[in-house]
Design a protein around this ligand. Structure first.
Ligand code: ADP
Ligand code: MG
Length: 699
């Protein structure tokens, strides 16, 4: 009778209570189902025995057979080691063990034929083998080990109790040769359509590959299955939310929007901006809550899109709020919006952590009475007990800085959840977006305003510093402004601050007052001081802004045309891209100058090269994902999608796309006509999600 997944390991032939207990303790393997989930981390071909003179020390694991011609214990106590020599008809190989010396020296017999299996290493010109597994020729023949064998990870404790990788391979052989019943969890029509192996066959291939192709087919099937259920859940959440949460209906595009659009727009919108505004408009009139993510590279003009959306809200009698991750940004948004809305019958206010009490009270009243239509602020805006008269739209800028929890608080500010518009300038690769924001609708502004000249990025060496200063001077004489940015990494704040101060002083020496003005901002400054310095730069009263990454996000000074990044190799790619986005916002040719600090690592070099080669944020995000892996991408950790067992978000984009397609098709088919396959996968999803948190009420 085949084993079942629920069966306790104890009853698998050759396991028994002691080993079962150890498996449970050490690897959390209790049932046959747990066991088959313990996927080998590599495979060896144990059927192949090579000659000693064929050993290539670059190879990973090899197997040789020959007579043990010598065995000698060297040294005493914990530093003792066992040296052996094995000989075949082509040569002699030295073997060495540092552990289990006593046991091995009595178990191994000189003169016998053994099969030694291990990793060859080169030591002083000679090849030897450290810690080979030894098996007598007879036992090797008997065990009939054939073909590719799995290698499992085991703990030290397991190894000490002889429950090593080989023992696990034996258990695995038992399970798969008797057979194990692994129920299929994807509809057969789907397996057929996407040419997927059965679930049972796939696990078998992962433990005992029968060939290269079938092994990868098995692996891909399990990746597909995993991603399919992730996508199914996201899509269902999106659907559920649309069903459950009514949204405010903004069906009139009225005087405010129209008169602004016709008479107050300072520029013609790009086609991409127009398209996105249309998408938002369509969302907001459906009667369902909008949950839309707008991705647009730095400088693509997301702010105006937000403003137009807020005007639609106002036209329909609703208030809006706009949240930014930092005070500087919020203030800037407030100023920018106020300027655009001059002479416009729209009340706008700014609420941040440093808003004075009297002002705060005034704002609270204005919000409650409805006099204020647009409230701009930092997260203080959600923490604050502010009560809206009728909040209809929440815009969240640079959303990666906000956690899910914070966003969900916004919902509680209105009886009907406000439409949510999330804007991010951190383009994320499509595969990741599908998973991270799979339950949001996505708009992309993939076009920069006309007349923008692509920023030139140049990588300088330390020796060329004088040239860089000269270049800065030229640009300043042309009337432009310059940023000089230093890395700030929390662990060594004091040292970083010193770098920054030294840099500031060097700038003061190279650009002396009163002819030049140099400002500085960093995270340790009081908000008021920071704001003052920033303001000087924004107003054009100073030429150079020496700063840490506090200026990274969103700050907009179109007259700034040079961005010098010191110790560029210490920044991540997306950060470099963000920083570069601070320039090139006006009509002038802008420059990004990357200065090296420490020696460049390979990754550092790739980052710098990528920056020099492209300004396309999506390309940069792809490279970033490849370099750092999904775990380091913003927002990924909180999302829990790292728990994936088989699929890799950085490399399995194609399978992800396929699985999303499959899930979409199934849902669509079911909404036309209820079908059994859909019911089946829904049941599976419920089983998989038992005990997991339900995110369906959070955007
Ligand atoms: P981001 O997408 O990075 O938030 P902003 O909204 O700050 O970009 O816009 C960057 C700059 O481009 C601003 O100075 C803005 O006024 C300008 N801008 C936005 N859209 C256009 C457009 N269609 N044509 C010309 N300039 C534009
Ligand atoms: Mg912005």
């Amino acid at each position: 009778m085949p084993y079942s997944l629920e069966q306790s390991m104890m009853y698998v032939k050759g396991v028994g209570p002691q080993k079962a207990e150890l498996l449970g303790q050490e690897l959390n393997i209790h049932t046959v189902g747990d066991f088959i989930q313990h996927i080998p981390f590599r495979y060896v071909d144990r059927s192949k025995i090579i000659k000693i003179n064929e050993i290539n020390p670059d190879e990973s694991y090899v197997q040789v057979a020959g007579k043990l011609i010598r065995l000698e214990k060297i040294g005493q106590g914990p530093r003792a080691r066992l040296m052996g020599k094995i000989q075949d008809d082509t040569g002699v190989l030295e073997l060495v063990w540092f552990q289990g010396v006593r046991w091995l020296s009595s178990a191994l017999k000189v003169g016998q034929i053994y099969v030694a299996y291990g990793k060859p290493t080169l030591y002083r010109q000679d090849v030897n083998m450290g810690h080979p597994e030894m098996e007598t020729w007879e036992s090797f023949q008997e065990s009939k080990v054939s073909g590719i064998q799995p290698v499992y990870s085991v703990t030290e404790k397991m190894r000490a109790k002889k429950l090593d990788t080989k023992a696990l391979a034996k258990i695995s052989t038992e399970i798969f040769s008797v057979g194990v019943f692994i129920p299929e969890n994807l509809p057969s029509a789907l397996l057929h359509e996407f040419s997927l192996l059965s679930r049972c066959k796939s696990y078998q291939e992962l433990h005992f590959p029968t060939g290269r192709d079938s092994f990868f087919q098995g692996k891909n099937r399990l990746k597909f299955e995993e991603l399919f259920y992730v996508q199914l859940e996201l899509l269902l959440n999106n659907q559920l939310r649309k069903k459950t949460f009514a949204g405010n209906i903004f069906d009139s595009v009225g005087t405010l929007f129209n008169s602004f659009y016709q008479h107050h727009l300072p520029f013609e919108l790009t086609n991409a901006q127009k398209r996105v505004v249309k998408e938002i408009r369509n969302d907001m009139k459906t009667g369902k809550q909008m949950n839309r993510l707008v991705q647009g590279d730095v400088g693509s003009g997301k702010t105006i899109v937000a403003l137009l959306s807020m005007l639609i809200a106002a036209d329909n009698g609703f208030q809006s709020c706009m949240m930014a991750p930092t005070e500087i940004l919020a203030t800037q948004h407030y100023r920018g919006l106020s300027e655009l809305l001059q002479n416009f019958p729209i009340g706008i206010a700014l609420l941040t952590g440093s808003t004075k009490k009297s002002e705060r009270t005034r704002i609270h009243e204005g919000i409650l009475s409805g006099e204020i239509h647009i409230l701009v602020g930092t997260h203080a805006l959600i923490e604050d007990p502010v009560k809206f008269k009728s909040l209809g739209l929440a815009v969240i800028d640079e959303q990666h800085r906000f956690g899910v929890e914070q966003r969900s608080k916004l919902w509680k500010k209105a009886p009907v959840p406000p439409h949510i518009l999330v804007m991010t300038a951190t383009p994320i690769p499509r595969t990741l977006a599908m998973t991270l924001y799979g339950d949001l609708d996505i708009s992309i502004i993939d076009e920069l305003p006309v007349g923008r000249k692509p920023i030139q990025t140049i990588h300088f060496t330390d020796k060329q510093r004088i040239r860089v200063l000269e270049f800065m001077r030229e640009q300043i004489h042309l009337g432009r402004q310059v940023y000089v940015v230093y890395p700030m990494i929390e662990e060594s704040e004091n040292m970083d601050l010193k770098f920054l101060m030294d840099g500031y002083e060097a700038m003061l020496r190279a650009f002396p007052r009163p002819k030049y003005q140099v400002a500085m901002v960093h995270g340790k400054m009081k908000p008021a001081d920071k704001a003052f310095e920033m303001d000087q730069f924004v107003k054009g009263n100073c030429h150079i802004m020496v700063a840490t990454t506090v200026i990274e996000v969103g700050v907009n000074v179109p007259n700034a045309s040079v961005m010098v990044i010191e110790n560029a190799e210490r920044f991540g790619l997306s950060q470099l891209h963000q920083l570069r986005g601070r320039v090139g916002r006006g009509a002038e040719q802008s420059f990004c100058i990357l200065m090296p600090g420490d020696k460049l690592s390979t990754d550092g070099r790739t980052r710098i090269k990528t920056m020099v080669d492209t300004t396309d944020g999506f390309k940069i995000a792809e490279v970033d994902l490849q370099l750092r892996g999904p775990g380091e991408m913003s927002g990924v950790r909180q999302s829990g999608i790292l728990d994936l067992k088989f699929a890799n978000l950085a490399t399995d984009g194609e399978i992800m796309t396929q699985s999303r397609l499959a899930a979409t098709k199934l849902i669509d088919a079911n909404s036309l006509q209820p079908n059994a396959d859909y019911t089946f996968v829904l049941e599976e999803l419920k089983k998989r999600n038992k005990g997991k948190r339900d995110f369906s009420a959070v955007s």
